[in-house]
Design a protein around this ligand. Sequence first.
Ligand SMILES: [Zn+2]
Length: 191
Amino acid sequence: MPTNSDLQWVKDVIRSREIFLSEHVIRELLAGRVTLSLIISVMSSGKVIEVHTHPQRGPFYVALGFEGAKPWHVMFAGSTESGLSVLIVYEPAFPMWVNPQTRSRFEEENMKSHRSNCPFCTGIITPVVVGNFDYRLDGRLYVVKDVPAELCEQCGEKYISFEAAQKIEKLASAAQPEEVETVMVLRYPVD
Ligand SMILES: [Zn+2]
């Protein structure tokens, strides 16, 4: 495993603020589950516990850091040239992790053999029903209730089957809402 000094580029890139965040991370921020300062501190002073290589992509890294006693993992990729991409942020927990540094044996086996692991983070995927699935069409916000999906237990990424997507598409084209709710709108400030 590399030590943090091997990843000097991470610190350099953080200093230059060439950082990009995935939609998953933005959603975690908006939900108040994580903060930007936590993410930065895990990447710059946490410990890199895994390096994943992929034939079609550059390597990505899992760093472990703590907020008080609470462990956090930040998965990121990038380079000095391309900047940092923060892919996912999550609290390592059983059954995926036996402790913050060690994947469970079950999870390791699963990573090797299971076909339907999360392509994003390799976590285990389980079927769920998404209470509110939101999307925008022609400037209007729509919410589809009770959508069957597969949820990554680790990073929270959701996957919708092609069949379900077709039904959603059909619903969207009909655009006949069952009910209408008020939505709170916040505008990003211009400096
Ligand atoms: Zn995942």
